[in-house]
Design a protein around this ligand. Sequence first.
Ligand code: ADP
Ligand code: MG
Ligand code: MG
Length: 210
Amino acid sequence: SRETECEAILEAVDRIAARIESEKKHLTDLDSAIGDADHGANLDRGFKAVVETLDQKEDADAQDLVKTVGTALISEVGGASGPLYGGSCMHASQELEAGITAETTVAFAEAYLEKLQDRGGAEVGDKTMVDALTPAVHTYKKSIEVDDLPPLEALAKAVDGAERGVEYTVPLKAAKGRASYLGWRSVGHQDPGATSTLLILEELLATAEE
Ligand code: ADP
Ligand code: MG
Ligand code: MG
């Protein structure tokens, strides 16, 4: 029902905010190696604002809530990651008009990835969040549409895909974002945005498991 879906979204957002807070230093350390040491602080500020904004919202549906997550992230995160996380979330929220089902979540995931690549222009291999997100989205879609797995199992496989994507960023030379200014010196470091994407997916899975 609509209430259950809204409760699940609020629960997911709370979990994500708590996880980002506890990994704030880790994300900032990753960003200090190949960026400007603010990714943890950016996202922590953003998800705290998301929780506050959603707490004040009444009588909403899934589409509405997820759209609000996007706008709060855009206005609070800043940097490269704010418009990417927020804009994609906002855009993809329209796929949830009919609520949260296996079908609508696949459409959401695809729309999110498409918007992210539209905006940021990054491809797989550029050492960005796209490297974690792409295998996650493709695995989720295939697990549901081809392998006919239940959404929870599909999401677990998507998290595995994102985990491999994060590992894959380590040896890459960055081609987008601040890390690209370092050229070859970016090699050997894990991408902060790919890492935060994985953390968020892990918390979505943990919420779905409950
Ligand atoms: P900033 O680099 O402006 O300080 P953040 O530190 O919050 O922003 O975010 C950095 C992360 O954003 C990178 O680790 C990378 O994953 C992601 N990123 C940067 N540029 C792009 C892009 N063009 N496309 C996709 N992701 C990007
Ligand atoms: Mg940064
Ligand atoms: Mg910055």
